[in-house]
Design a protein around this ligand. Structure first.
Ligand code: FES
Length: 582
């Protein structure tokens, strides 16, 4: 349903142009259209089909992306919906980002994908677009690109995987991947069993089965209004996932005719603030803070980390899912999904926001749910998993520009902790020394990884989940305070401070930490401090720093030169709102 009273400041709607949209420039418009139509007809279209509004279907399937392997079937369902609504569906690819198949890390390529999405939507003749993504970075890339492209758009997400089984236990990628690998490192399971588990962790199409980055971003996409209400958590292999795709196709065909709404009318500052609330209530991935900051940047908004902390202190964690709790995404869907969460935190939400469906959040919340919420999985606000939000931002002398801690996934006793730094200067140094029998380390120490931020050669990998040194793991140590300018998988847990800004490779205070320095973490005060005298730090800062290798060509060079810090979402400076093409 469309909004009966569109706001007076709504941009003028554009009539569908179909194949005549954005013609190639030969200096003769009629000839350009004639030529385009004749080449389109070579694909077997009738003249009637070519007169219709065009709905682009932007897909990111790839042989290197296991999470998207059901996209051919989803695309057929979207096309069915578009056809039924009288428009012409045209499928086109963009690059795909399969989380486990990219080096140095998928994060580096999120902006490349966002650029491809934006440019291909803008450059090709479509009146509206359905974007399909799911695996971690693909959802923010699709949203960022669609917002900046400025054509009517809606999203279909992949949906989560189903769980597997091992010796009577449920398994789901990828919290259980880390748990079993930790057991293998500690010697409590052998190589035969770890090989058996390898084939049981990811057993269907779809995204990781826990509240990792992909699941978090799907929930945020629904909160922002860019996917149909109730669809974020439908399992990838469920028939409802296909029905959702068909309904989205029908909806976007209508959006093509009506010329809107545009993504920037859906993804408003209020919608971003609601997404921050949901991120906290589901104790979502730390990566989502970066992606949300980047999405906010595309509408000219800066994510306010002080406001984020205020929200965190008043937003309870409601969802009992791994990595923080027990369940999996299929449980969350059957328990009531995002709709169940939104109803519990309704007093904290700004309900004037709208979804692509035209429904406002207030209207959605007033609509009864089809089934009762299972409060074993989605807890009541009065009986939460935790009284405070899952994530907090830290600042202090070690991170003047901010850092992130997933306090819901931390060891409570370590949330107020002072310890001696054990420093690794790079990922290579970490790999070379973390398991050395003579490493001078105790469980009370603080592990510090330097030079793994956005501008480092490693491109901010998910290396913030530093392994517990083998000799401590074998002695039963499960968690330590770990600090870096890297990211962490949304499926990981521990007392882990991430995204330290400014990063070490550009000379941030993190680069000045030395073995034996004292570091203090206080989640209560939301601080992370390096307890070293300023004059000592000034002397260290004056020492020559090791020269970081810099990419000399291609995308790696563009990335290195133009990427913004984690606090600004690691977007490129020239892609934020204000710099985008009109
Ligand atoms: Fe694709 Fe986890 S690997 S979502």
């Amino acid at each position: 349903m469309t909004s009966p009273n569109p706001p007076p400041d709504r941009p003028a709607r554009r009539a569908p142009q179909g194949l005549a949209g954005g013609l190639t420039d030969y200096g003769d418009r009629e000839f350009a259209l004639y030529l385009r139509r004749s080449f389109a007809r070579s694909m077997g279209y009738t003249g009637d089909a070519l007169e219709r509004p065009i709905v682009g279907i932007c897909t990111s399937e790839s042989g290197f992306n296991n999470c998207h392997r059901h996209f051919p079937e989803l695309i057929e369902a979207v096309k069915r919906g578009v056809h039924a609504a009288g428009a012409l569906p045209v499928v086109f690819p963009v690059i795909s980002l399969g989380e486990l198949f990219l080096s140095p890390t998928s994060m580096v390529y999120r902006n490349l994908m966002a650029m491809a999405v934006e440019e291909m939507i803008r450059a090709q003749p479509m009146d509206a677009v359905v974007v399909l993504g799911g695996c971690d970075k693909t959802v923010p890339a699709m949203l960022m690109g669609a917002i900046s492209a400025g054509k009517p758009a809606a999203m279909v997400v992949a949906g989560p995987m189903m769980t597997g089984r091992h010796r009577g236990e449920r398994l789901g990628a990828c919290t259980d991947c880390r748990r079993f690998w930790g057991s293998f490192r500690a010697g409590s399971i052998d190589s035969d069993e770890i090989a058996q588990i390898e084939g049981r962790l990811a057993v269907t199409a779809g995204t990781c089965a826990v509240m990792g980055t992909a699941s978090t971003m799907a929930l945020l996409a629904e909160t922002l209004g860019m996917i149909l209400p109730g669809s974020a958590a439908i399992p990838a292999v469920h028939a409802d996932r296909l029905r959702n795709a068909e309904e989205t196709g029908t909806l976007v065909a209508r959006m093509a005719r009506e010329g809107g709404p545009l993504p920037a009318e859906i993804v408003t500052p209020a919608a971003i603030r609601n997404a921050m609330r949901v991120l906290l209530a589901v104790s979502g991935s730390t990566n989502a803070v970066i992606h949300l900051a980047a999405i906010a940047g595309r509408i000219g908004m800066t994510l306010d980390l002080d406001a984020f902390n205020r929200m965190s202190d008043e937003t309870p964690v409601l969802v009992d899912l791994k990595p923080v709790g027990q369940g999996y995404m299929e449980d969350f869907h059957h328990a009531g999904g995002l709709g169940g969460v939104l109803r519990e935190i309704a007093p904290l939400l700004e309900t004037g926001t709208s979804a692509v469906s035209g429904e406002t959040l207030a209207e959605r919340l007033a609509r009864p749910l089809a089934d009762p919420v299972d409060h074993a999985v989605i807890r009541r606000a009065a009986d939460p998993v935790a009284r405070e939000g899952g994530l907090i931002a830290l600042s202090g002398t070690l991170a003047p520009g901010g850092a992130i801690l997933k306090r819901a996934a931390a060891t409570p006793a370590l949330l107020e902790h002072e310890g001696r730094a054990v420093v690794f200067t790079s990922l290579e140094d970490l790999a070379a020394r973390i398991d050395a029998p003579d490493l001078d380390v105790t469980a009370a120490d603080v592990l510090v990884l330097q030079n793994a931020g956005p501008k480092s050669p490693s491109g901010m990998p998910e290396a913030g989940y530093l392994p517990i040194p083998r000799k401590l793991a074998q002695a039963g140590v499960k968690d330590m305070v770990r600090i870096s300018d890297a990211r962490m998988s949304g499926t990981a847990s521990g007392t882990i401070v991430l995204h330290v800004t400014p990063e070490a490779s550009i000379g941030g205070p993190l680069s000045l930490v030395r073995d034996g320095d004292r570091i203090r973490l206080s989640a209560r005060k939301k601080r992370i401090d390096l307890l070293v005298a300023p004059e000592v730090l000034a002397a260290r800062a004056a020492e020559p720093r090791p020269v970081q290798p810099v990419a000399e060509r291609g995308y790696a060079r563009l990335y290195n030169e133009r990427v913004l810090p984690a606090s600004a979402g690691c977007d490129f400076d020239f892609l934020q709102a204000g710099e985008q093409a009109s």
